[in-house]
Write a protein that binds this ligand. Structure first.
Ligand code: FES
Length: 207
């Protein structure tokens, strides 16, 4: 179980400073925790709660709304095989069986070496490219069982390290926004004027 590292606390403080209310940083901090450990640990959840002044239950309650946040360990590579209608009709079960055989685990399992977790997923919004799957949310379209086996072999050997970072990494390049380049969001409690677009619309300025 891991709290955020000192380096990540610095990043968390930078993220929190972008918002008028600290708790607005909850989702980006969950991503930061997941990037650190591959999943969101209990300790990281408590640490986030401390940093933004909410309860751990609020962190959990918000985070569990989003399927991409994992609150138990997952492999370095999370393989999501779409099992919804278009993919099911075009061979999703064959992809799943190939992955199960290649990995030596069943759907829902994680390999003993912690490298792979295999899940069946809901529609991934790529129905015209069925059957499809994702590895750490990177798509593989119109996949075949042979390609699934090759994909797993390539991931295992490290041949795809440049294309597919470990689970939890959203981007390899972190965004740093200097304080003077922020959007300057205002605390909703301090807003007294209607949004500019409402004024423009009421004066006939919007088209
Ligand atoms: S049914 Fe598989 S992406 Fe939509």
């Amino acid at each position: 179980m891991a709290r955020l590292t000192d380096a990540n606390v610095s990043i968390a403080e930078e993220i929190i400073a972008r918002y008028p209310r600290a708790k607005s940083a909850l989702i980006p901090l969950l991503h930061l925790a997941q990037e650190q450990d591959g999943w969101v640990t209990d300790e990281a959840m408590r640490h986030i709660a401390e940093l933004i002044g909410v309860t751990p239950a609020e962190v959990l309650g918000t985070g569990t709304f989003y399927e991409m946040f994992k609150f138990e360990p997952v492999g370095k590579y999370l393989i999501n095989v779409c099992g919804t209608m278009s993919c099911a009709l075009l061979g999703a079960d064959d992809l799943m069986h190939a992955a199960e055989e290649e990995l030596g685990i069943h759907e829902g399992g994680t390999t003993d070496d912690g490298m792979f977790t295999l899940h069946r997923a809901e529609c991934q919004a790529a129905c015209t490219e069925a059957p499809c799957l994702q590895v750490n949310y990177r798509f593989k379209f119109r996949a075949t069982p042979v390609e699934v086996r090759q994909l797993i072999s390539d991931l295992r050997s490290g041949r795809l390290d440049d294309e597919v970072p470990p689970h939890g990494t959203l981007a390899r390049i972190r965004q740093h926004i200097p304080a003077d380049r922020g959007v300057g969001a205002v605390d909703p409690a301090d807003v007294t004027e209607p949004p500019a677009w409402i004024s423009a619309a009421s004066q006939g300025g919007a088209s």
